[in-house]
Design a protein around this ligand. Structure first.
Ligand code: 5GP
Ligand code: MG
Length: 456
């Protein structure tokens, strides 16, 4: 996962991008970067860490120019080091190229080999670097044609914000896996992963970039092309379930309302007798609200979140063992003691944090714990940018629900059905990629991935 943002032309371009990145921080906590262009001069600052660690007033002031793009990284491919931060920038025969990419390409291996055979020297282990090499190798004279040719070589998931000299470019793969929207602020165009960024700066939402669309933003005009053959849509359903911010509208619909509907559906399918419904905050809050509304069981915050901790560096000792779990979420004994509790969680990935949470909720005195999950069991890895690496790490790929219930220590465990999840969505089911639940991948990977990667 990653967050991307671009603006052009605006005198405070770097500041606007920095605000955009603040609003997208949930999409990647590993590194942050902004590149600006001022005349022919390029300024770049990127580093490992959160937006607030990476940027300060002095740095922002040094990022001059009316043109800026930014990126937040949540590594899915490539290792976590400073080299793999974005925007990725190179000077080439076509000029200055900077790339901010969200999604995973799936034909990386073939393209890598093809480009290396032509003499390309790769600096990073990011799939995004391939786009720069393709541009540098393109034979087209016209920059627009060069972009279209380069993107036509890609397979997999990409929402892109690119700087190519003084053109700001936004593009989305033909499936539309990842979101990307277009906004306007003070005469400037904005490209952003999510609409919550537009709310923050007071920009107007214009529309989503369409699957397969490329927009070219110049100082005085905007152009749009749809050069590729249409494919089925495959919007990532997990953006609605977990990833996107609830105050964003993605794929043209609100995330908060969708999560609440998932909770309503969950209560319809798997009610339980209980004294209270509680979320695992923050991600489970919205489905829990829907669950409570439908089941008429009171909603309570059974645990309180500390929002200030960031990354913890204190090491566990014999006397200080459980602090890692409790430092972020502290169960409320006064609410939980002696109660039958329904916990609503957005998803179970590995099951390890759910197990720890349930243990602390029981220690706080809960008499019965019934866990309800607002999506079906996650069984298959994602190749399009969500961090579900291999089957081995997805608890539901190897074990049935009864096993997982015992592993996490709940009295009962139920997952929302696939049909129920799709029915709760604001758009029809044909629009979605549900591969992580069904194993039906929208792109045929037979020749791309060896069987053992799929089976691992
Ligand atoms: P688990 O019980 O599987 O250890 O953890 C489940 C929790 O991880 C849920 O609260 C869910 O919100 C969160 N989660 C789901 N998907 C992701 C993801 O891609 N990255 C991270 N960091 N957390 C996730
Ligand atoms: Mg969570």
């Amino acid at each position: 996962m990653c967050g991307i943002f671009g603006v052009y032309p605006h005198k405070d371009a770097a500041q606007l991008v920095c605000l955009g990145l603040y609003a997208l921080q949930h999409r990647g906590e590993e590194s942050a970067g902004i590149i600006t262009r001022n005349g022919k001069k390029v300024h770049l600052h990127k580093a490992l860490g959160l937006v607030s660690d990476v940027f300060n007033e002095k740095i922002l002031r040094s990022l001059r120019g009316e043109f800026a793009i930014g990126h937040l990284r949540y590594s899915t491919t490539g290792s976590s080091n400073i080299k793999n931060t974005q925007p990725f920038y190179v000077k080439s025969k076509v000029g200055d190229i900077a790339i901010a990419h969200n999604g995973n390409l799936t034909n990386t291996f073939d393209l890598h080999r093809e480009l290396e055979n032509k003499g390309a020297l790769f600096q990073t282990s990011m799939d995004s670097e391939i786009i720069a090499h393709l541009l540098a190798h393109s034979q087209q004279k016209d920059i627009k044609e060069a972009i279209i040719w380069s993107l036509s070589k890609l397979e997999g998931a990409y929402s892109l914000v690119l700087m190519l000299n003084d053109i700001l470019i936004g593009a989305r793969d033909t499936y539309g896996f990842r979101p990307l929207c277009l906004g306007k602020f003070d005469g400037a165009y904005i490209l952003a992963s999510e609409t919550c960024t537009l709310d923050l700066i007071g920009a107007k939402y214009i529309r989503d970039i369409q699957p397969g669309e490329i927009v070219f933003i110049y100082k005085d005009k905007i152009e749009s092309v749809m050069p590729f053959k249409k494919s089925a849509r495959a919007f990532c359903i997990f953006e609605y379930i977990y990833f996107a911010r609830p105050d964003s509208n993605i794929f043209e619909n609100n995330v908060y309302l969708t999560r609440k509907k998932l909770g309503v559906q969950l209560a319809t399918e798997f009610g339980a007798k209980a004294d209270l419904v509680m979320p695992i905050p923050d991600s489970g809050v919205f489905a829990a609200l829907g669950f409570s509304e439908k089941s008429k069981i009171p909603f309570e915050f059974g645990m309180i979140r500390n929002h200030y901790i960031g990354r913890t560096f204190i090491q566990p000792t014999q006397d200080l063992r459980d602090f890692r779990v409790k430092i972020k979420l502290n169960p409320l004994k006064e609410v939980l003691n002696g109660k039958k509790v329904i916990i609503v969680e957005d998803s179970i990935v590995r099951g390890t944090t759910s197990r720890m949470r349930i243990k602390t909720i029981r220690q706080a005195g809960a008499k019965e714990i019934h866990m309800r999950v607002s999506c079906p069991p996650l069984k298959f890895p994602c190749f399009y940018g969500i961090d579900f690496p291999t089957k081995k790490e997805l608890v539901a790929s190897k074990h049935d629900i009864a096993w997982i219930r015992d592993f996490i220590g709940a009295d009962s465990l139920e997952y929302l059905s696939l049909e129920g999840m799709l029915n709760a969505m604001p758009i029809s089911k044909e629009n979605f990629c549900t591969a992580c639940f069904t194993g039906k991948y929208p792109i045929n990977h037979a020749c791309r991935f060896s069987k053992d990667i799929l089976e691992k």
